[in-house]
Design a protein around this ligand. Structure first.
Ligand SMILES: Nc1ncnc2c1ncn2[C@@H]1O[C@H](COP(=O)(O)OP(=O)(O)OP(=O)(O)O)[C@@H](O)[C@H]1O
Ligand SMILES: [Mg+2]
Length: 596
């Protein structure tokens, strides 16, 4: 072991076989031998070649006939020392590996008692070594511990289990961990352990949720758009048909002798057709294609003008309180659509009162909205920051539950026996068309509030003029050019207008109308022009006619607006606009207004 021959070794002092720095041990051993008769130490011996060898030394005093002697048994333990060193290295490696893992690693016993936790876990839960030996229920709040332990049991039973757990970290932040747990089998006499690794998936989940939300929003927008196209198309065709029904009913009334029983039937036909026209107007609004005449106005003017109408439309138990702020900037809107919004909201508020008495408040004001606020509103189109004029209609009615709140803007969603479920759909379509948004607050049994926000614009508001239904004026004389691609509208229009005393020329398209106009513009007092026509549409026809005669008097009529055309006509000499379906009295009033 030491590299000596026997004869070299015999006669040497023990101290000659020890490295110099280990010599101090000799007196200690001698002391021990004297007092206890034996000793056991670990140390080093010096080889003949000068190297050292780690040894384990057992010494014992024995009595021999020639007196006391010491027997020493020296064992080379270099191999054991080596593996001990390796074990320490490996343990160090393991700890540093575990402590650098970006996840929570732990070992528990079969009773969910912690045996090991890595640094990640210590940091996230502000845990120290004190966790070691503690039960899971001592380390986590009851509810979290319950679900963690349940998962432990499951993993123990099935050897492996994966689960997502919500835990609150030491900063109070909610985190989600995807935790894999596995059973570690030990020898026969030892209990199995539970190993686990938990990965923080909070960010991933948040991103996923955000993506799902975005997808749902996109789908929602697409749904709105395709339903809008459908609703708009139906409304357009209906408006032309309703024009004919209303027109012929009006004509028949003129032809029916006083006192005839047919008169009330004809009135009923007119009433039903106007109800249908209302429905079609709501559908058109929902489609976003009902915006005809865009002007700058002060929203208070519209509300003031409507107040009488509102007062008589609501239930007898309700009162309206107005809270309109002065000095509001203008908004750029179609006034008839804003009326439609107000009417729909106030009707709903009144319906919500049921038989109770209550208050409907109508508030207007200005509000500075940042993008953070805007994202809390119903509309998901990215709206710009800025100043918005708002209109709030709140009631003290019965409020809405979650389910109703989630669906209230859906077309045909209603909770009312006689409701059509189009009121709020129309409101939504109009708001979208005006780049505005809406916020709804509601509490069951308390009441509801709808806040409509519309971007404010610079510039003075215009005076709003409303075509008042005037009495039919049968003496009116003048020549009109009526241009429409629908033959029923040409026929009914011609008959109606001729009855009132006008001379009427008709044309089915823009090109033909232009030819007629070129030839006879001297005698034509006013042109009634449909907006959507094949070949040459209303806009182009209007432009061409102005080349022939700059101050041509044109009334645009339409049942459907695809491009917001009237906005571009403004300031360019358009005399007026009339929305289909219109009644004879409305058209004659308009004509009187513009020709005068
Ligand atoms: N102010 C409100 N208070 C309580 N519930 C409301 C209120 N406004 C709307 N709702 C709910 O939203 C639903 C949809 O409203 P919406 O105006 O679109 O349709 P409707 O009033 O039922 O029918 P329509 O307006 O077409 O005659 C209503 O049926 C009602 O349940
Ligand atoms: Mg309604």
């Amino acid at each position: 072991m030491l590299g000596y021959r026997k004869d070299e070794l015999i006669g040497k002092l023990v101290t000659e076989l020890l490295p110099e720095d280990k010599l101090y041990i000799v007196p200690e051993i001698v002391d021990k031998l004297m007092s206890e008769g034996e000793s056991f130490t670990e140390g080093e011996y010096l080889r003949k070649d000068g190297t050292t060898v780690p040894v384990e030394t057992r010494a014992r005093v024995i009595d021999t006939p020639s007196g006391k002697r010491v027997v020493v048994y020296v064992r080379d333990i270099s191999r054991r020392k080596q593996s001990e060193k390796e074990l320490i290295e490996s343990e160090k490696r393991f700890r540093s590996f575990m402590d650098q893992l970006p996840g929570a690693v732990f070992l528990k016993d079969s009773e969910s008692r912690y045996i090991y936790i890595n640094r990640f876990m210590r940091e996230v839960f502000n845990a120290d070594e004190g966790w070691i030996g503690k039960l899971t229920s001592e380390c986590f709040p009851t509810e979290e511990a319950y679900s963690l332990i349940k998962h432990d049991r499951n993993a123990f039973d099935k050897n492996y289990s994966i689960d997502i757990q919500k835990v609150v970290d030491s900063n109070g932040k909610e985190r989600y961990f995807q935790i894999h747990k596995f059973r570690i089998s030990k020898g026969e006499n030892e209990n199995d352990l539970l190993g686990g690794i938990g990965l923080d998936i909070t960010d991933k989940l948040t991103a996923e949720k955000a993506r799902e939300k975005l997808e749902a929003q996109i789908q929602h927008t697409q749904k709105l758009e395709s339903l809008g196209v459908l609703a708009g198309g139906i409304a357009h065709d209906f408006n032309n048909i309703l024009m004919a029904i209303l027109g012929y009913a009006d004509l028949a009334l003129l032809d029916t002798p006083q006192g005839s029983p047919a008169i009330s039937s004809l009135h009923e036909i007119g009433k039903a057709a106007r109800n249908a026209a209302d429905l079609s107007k709501q559908m058109l609004a929902y489609s976003g294609k009902g915006k005809f005449q865009v002007i700058k106005l002060n929203i208070n003017d519209i509300i003031n003008e409507m107040s009488h109408l509102l007062d008589i439309s609501i239930s007898k138990n309700a009162v309206i309180k107005y809270n309109l702020h002065d000095n509001l900037p203008s908004i750029e809107v179609d006034p008839s659509q804003i009326r439609q919004i107000i009417m729909n909201l106030v009707t709903n508020a009144s319906d919500a009162m049921d038989k109770m008495s209550g208050v409907i408040s109508i508030t207007t004001n200005l509000m500075e909205c940042d993008s953070e606020y805007l994202t809390t509103t119903f509309m998901n189109d990215q709206l710009p920051d800025g100043k918005y004029v708002y209109l709030e209609v709140s009631d003290t009615g019965n409020g809405m539950d979650e389910e109703t709140l989630a669906k209230l803007f859906d077309p045909f969603f209603t909770t009312k026996a006689t409701g059509r479920g189009l009121g709020l759909s129309a409101v939504l379509g109009i708001i979208r068309g005006h780049r505005g948004t809406v916020k709804v607050y509601s509490e069951l049994g308390q009441g509801t509030s709808f806040k409509i926000l519309i971007p404010s614009v610079e510039g003075e508001p215009e005076q709003i003029t409303r075509s008042v239904e005037s009495k039919q004026d049968l003496d009116r004389k003048g020549t009109l050019l009526l241009v429409d691609d629908e033959s029923s509208i040409r026929d009914i229009g011609k008959t109606m207008l001729e009855r009132t005393g006008y001379t009427v020329i008709t044309s089915s398209n823009g090109r033909e109308a232009l030819d007629i106009f070129r030839e006879r513009h001297e005698e034509i007092d006013c042109v009634i022009l449909d907006l959507t026509m094949p070949h040459m549409d209303g806009e182009e026809t209007f432009r061409e006619m102005r080349r022939v005669q700059n101050d041509v008097c044109v009334i645009i009529s339409s049942g459907y607006n695809s491009q917001d055309v009237t906005r571009r006509f403004i300031g360019r000499g358009l005399a007026g606009f009339i929305q289909k379906p219109y009644r004879l009295s409305e058209l004659t009033a308009k004509l009187k207004e513009v020709i005068d």
